[in-house]
Write a protein that binds this ligand. Structure first.
Ligand code: ZN
Length: 183
């Protein structure tokens, strides 16, 4: 069993932001658990280099050590990387909803993603990861956050929503979202 201290959840401000941005219910976002990657028994090809990436098995997101610890640190550049990465990974969480629930769902999602990755490899070779349809869909989540940041001051670590999400300042974030993402 995982020790409680070895996993993280999304804080309420992050749930607010991604719920609005990606159209995901708060209940689902509340079930998301983050783990450091060395707890994952799969050798995934998609972690990448520093600061690293992540992989998703249903509601379980495995992050590189650097990004896993980013929310506890003070590095706003890492915080921004974390927020952008999550916008991608949480689309995978949305994709996993189509799979039947239960304790095997993380494994099912691994198989689901693996098959799509393999299919993309046959068509795209080395570009399999970037070109896989389910990855492009996930990338649209990151693009949505980039678009929001771009039209409200730019993609930089000093954008106010970076601090609000990391410090869980829900009221400020809520007011800002009401002004900038109405509807
Ligand atoms: Zn992905």
């Amino acid at each position: 069993m995982n020790a409680p201290s070895a996993e993280q959840r999304l804080n309420p401000s992050c749930i607010l932001l991604y719920g609005r941005l990606l159209g995901l219910p708060a209940e689902l976002l509340g079930r998301v658990r983050l783990f450091p990657r060395d707890r994952n028994w799969l050798h995934a090809p998609w972690y990448g280099d520093a600061p690293g990436g992540a992989m998703v098995l249903a509601e379980h997101i495995y992050l590189s050590r650097t990004l896993y610890h980013a929310p506890q640190g003070r590095d706003r550049t890492l915080h921004l990387s974390w927020l952008l990465l999550m916008a991608h990974e949480l689309v995978h969480v949305r994709q996993a909803r189509s799979l039947s629930p239960g304790p095997l769902r993380p494994l099912r999602f691994g198989v689901w993603a693996g098959l799509r990755y393999a299919r993309s490899f046959l068509r795209h070779g080395r570009r399999a990861y970037a070109e896989a349809a389910f990855e492009r869909e996930a990338e649209s989540g990151r693009d949505a956050l980039k678009e929001l940041l771009t039209r409200t001051g730019g993609i930089h670590p000093q954008h106010p929503i970076v601090a609000w999400c990391m410090e869980d300042r829900q009221e400020e974030l809520q007011q800002w979202l009401a002004a900038h993402m109405p509807g």
